[in-house]
Ligand binder design. Structure first.
Ligand SMILES: [Zn+2]
Ligand SMILES: [Zn+2]
Length: 264
C-alpha cells in the first residue's frame, strides 16, 4: 500500500515522500526545506532517504525547490543520486534545478503522460498556478492509488479526473477567504491568492472532496495550509463536516510546516 510522508507543507516549504509500504521504494515530491530538516524529518518518519528513486518537481516556486541543491548533495554523499523529473519550462525557470544538473540525471515530465518510477505509475496533471507548467500527481500501484494536488487556483478538469478513486487524497486547503480578506496580506497578494492561478481555499477544497467521495477513500489530507490566513484546525473541521454529512468514514489530516506527518 502507498504511504504519504509529509516532511513539510505550506508556503515556508514543501517536501513529501510517497513510499510503497510493500517494497519500501520511495519518490520525493518537491524539496523546499533545508538539508538538516530534510534528514531529521525522514528519520522521525522512519523513512530511509536512500530509498528515494526519483524527485518530482511540481513547479518553480522556491517553497518547492529551495532545498534541492543542498539535499541532493547530501543524498549523493550517501551514494544516492535519484533522477529529477520536471517539465522543461520548470527546469528552464529554476536556477535551483539547474544547480543539481551536474549531480543527478534530468528527466522530463509532461502533464497527461504517465512515468514509471520506483514500481509506481505516476501521472502528472496540469494545475492552475501563476507559473509555467505547474503539475500535481496521481500515484498508482497494483490495487492502490494516491492523489497529490497543491498550488492551484481551481481544480482543473485534469486534476479532478486524476484525483478520482484514490485511497489517499492530499489536496490544498490554503486559506479561509474571510481570514485572507481581513488578514495582513496586501490587496494585490490577496487577489493573487484568490485568483484562478492562486491557491485553493478551504471552501474550494471541501467542494472538491465532496465530489470525490467514494467508498475506497480512506484519508483526506489538507495541504499547503496558510499560517496567516487559516488555522491548522479549520480545514480539518470543515472537511470533517463534509464527511459527516455524507456518512463517510475517511480520516482527515493536516499537512504541517514544521512537524512531519505520516499518512499510512
Ligand atoms: Zn507553494
Ligand atoms: Zn506555488
Amino acid at each position: 500500500m502507498l504511504e504519504l510522508n509529509i516532511l513539510a507543507s505550506g508556503s515556508s516549504g514543501n517536501a513529501a515522500i510517497v513510499r510503497d509500504g510493500g517494497t519500501g521504494r520511495c519518490v520525493l515530491i518537491d524539496c523546499g526545506i533545508c538539508k538538516r530538516d530534510f534528514f531529521a524529518r525522514c528519520e522521525e518518519l522512519g523513512v530511509d532517504p536512500r530509498a528515494i528513486e526519483a524527485t518530482l518537481v511540481t513547479h518553480v516556486h522556491s517553497d518547492h525547490t529551495s532545498g534541492l541543491g543542498v539535499v541532493m548533495r547530501g543524498l549523493a554523499k550517501e551514494g544516492c543520486t535519484p533522477p529529477l523529473y520536471a517539465h522543461p519550462l520548470v527546469r528552464e525557470a529554476s536556477p535551483k534545478i539547474r544547480e543539481v544538473e551536474p549531480l543527478v540525471e534530468q528527466r522530463e515530465l509532461h502533464p497527461g503522460k504517465p512515468v514509471h518510477i520506483a514500481g509506481m505509475c505516476v501521472l502528472p496533471f496540469a494545475t492552475s498556478h501563476d507559473v509555467a507548467s505547474s503539475v500535481g500527481f496521481r500515484f498508482e500501484v497494483e490495487g492502490d492509488a494516491l492523489g497529490y494536488a497543491t498550488d492551484t487556483g481551481f481544480v482543473t478538469p485534469e486534476a479532478h479526473e486524476a484525483l478520482g478513486d484514490v485511497r489517499i487524497l492530499a489536496i490544498e486547503s490554503n486559506h479561509d477567504v474571510i481570514m485572507l480578506r481581513e488578514g495582513p496580506y496586501p490587496y494585490v497578494l490577496q487577489q493573487r491568492i484568490l485568483s484562478d492561478e492562486g491557491h485553493l481555499s478551504n471552501a474550494q477544497c471541501c467542494t472538491e472532496v465532496e465530489l470525490l467521495l467514494h467508498p475506497g477513500l480512506e484519508h483526506v489530507v489538507a495541504m499547503h495550509i496558510s499560517e496567516h490566513n487559516n488555522t491548522f484546525g479549520l480545514p480539518v473541521r470543515e472537511l470533517q463536516k463534509v464527511l459527516d454529512a455524507n456518512n463517510h468514514p475517511a480520516q482527515v489530516h493536516a499537512g504541517l510546516p514544521r512537524t512531519p506527518v505520516a499518512v499510512r
